[in-house]
Every structure is written in structure tokens, then in C-alpha cells.
Design a protein around this ligand. Structure first.
Ligand code: Y12
Ligand code: CO
Length: 171
């Protein structure tokens, strides 16, 4: 089932999401719905709060070298924590909850991630490049933070201007 994605400035996006404690069929169905929702919107990452469920779950499907997103590359990440972040990198980010706006954000270049999978099993992965950036972007959602809050003063002003213009054009 495709779920509605909530968008800025919806206050729910500011919620700090709660730990997942039940790894049951309800969670599995919800993760399946998140995948369908993300793919139907051409996304590469989605956090549960973006579909109005404040739990510490996110999914990622990073395109391969040919630009294809295959279900084999789907990562379901629950109760994540980052350790050993290294370096810094700039990447032009976008977000399904802030449609139509893309801007450079500074992130760690690489990191180690500890998380649980849909069965509650403990997992670890080493991430760099786009995967590391996407993990940090989605984990910010779990803290109620959007990428626009990480922009420099001038870039944030640019966002406010573009957002107001888009609102006027909608009316
Ligand atoms: C690098 C940076 C950010 C992330 C987080 C995941 N972001 C997305 O998946 C963004 C997807 C996105 C897709 C859009 O296309 C459609 O909605 C059809 C889009 O387009 C518009 O809003 C017009 C914007 C964002 C991961 C890695
Ligand atoms: Co986002």
C-alpha cells in the first residue's frame, strides 16, 4: 500500500521517533509499505516519520552503477546508531518531504552503522559515499530534523525564498 508522505512545514516531521521493540508482522507490513511508497515517488531513502509513523525505522535503496534500484540493494534499518564517523563531504541533497528543493549539505564521509534488521537481529555495516550521506540524512529524520536545518544562513534564506514563491504559485 502506498502511504501519504508528509511534507514541510508539517510539525510531525519535528517528532523524535521512538525505539522499535516489536519485530512482528505489523512492522514487516509497514516496512513493505514504506518500500512501495519510496519507489513510487522515485526516492532512494525514506524514514518512518515521513509517513507519519514516529518509530526509529528507515529504508534505503541506493542505485547501482547503472542507476538501477533493485530490491537486492534494499536496506531496512531499525534502531540505528553511528560510530566512528570520519571525514567531511558536501553533497546536493533532496528529500521527499521537501519536494522540489535541493541544496549542498555537509556530512561525514564514512561511518560504521549498528542497527537491527526487520527480525530484530543486530547488524553492522561500513558505509561511505552516497550510502553514508543517505544514512545521515535519514537518521536526522529520526531526531525530527530536516536537511534544510543544516544549511548555511544564505542557503537557508534561499530555501525560504523559493518556498514562499512556490506557495504563491500554488494559490
Ligand atoms: C542523498 C541525499 C539525500 C538522500 C535522502 C533521500 N532523498 C530522496 O530519496 C529524495 C527524493 C526526491 C525525489 C523526487 O522526485 C519525485 O518526487 C518524483 C523529488 O522531486 C521533487 O520533489 C519534484 C525530490 C526528492 C539520500 C542521498
Ligand atoms: Co528526507
Amino acid at each position: 500500500m502506498i502511504l501519504p508522505i508528509i511534507t514541510y512545514p508539517n510539525k510531525q516531521l519535528k517528532t523524535r521517533s521512538a525505539e522499535v521493540t516489536s519485530f512482528d508482522q505489523l512492522l514487516h507490513r509497514f516496512l513493505d509499505d514504506m518500500y512501495e511508497t519510496m519507489m513510487s515517488s522515485n526516492g532512494i531513502g525514506l524514514a518512518a516519520i515521513q509517513v507519519a509513523n514516529p518509530i526509529r525505522a528507515l529504508i534505503l535503496c541506493i542505485p547501482d552503477e547503472e542507476g538501477n534500484q533493485t530490491q537486492e540493494n534494499l536496506l531496512e534499518i531499525i534502531n540505528p546508531s553511528i560510530c566512528d564517523p570520519k571525514g567531511n563531504t558536501l553533497y546536493q541533497e533532496g528529500c521527499l518531504s521537501v519536494p522540489g528543493f535541493y541544496e549542498d549539505v555537509e556530512r561525514y564521509e564514512s561511518l560504521t552503522l549498528h542497527y537491527q534488521n526487520r527480525h530484530g537481529e543486530s547488524c553492522t555495516l561500513e558505509a561511505n559515499d552516497l550510502l553514508a550521506i543517505a544514512i545521515q540524512h535519514e537518521m536526522d529524520h529520526l531526531e525530527g530534523k530536516l536537511f534544510i536545518e543544516k544549511l548555511t544562513y544564505n542557503r537557508r534564506k534561499k530555501f525560504e525564498k523559493e518556498y514562499k514563491k512556490a506557495l504563491k504559485e500554488k494559490k
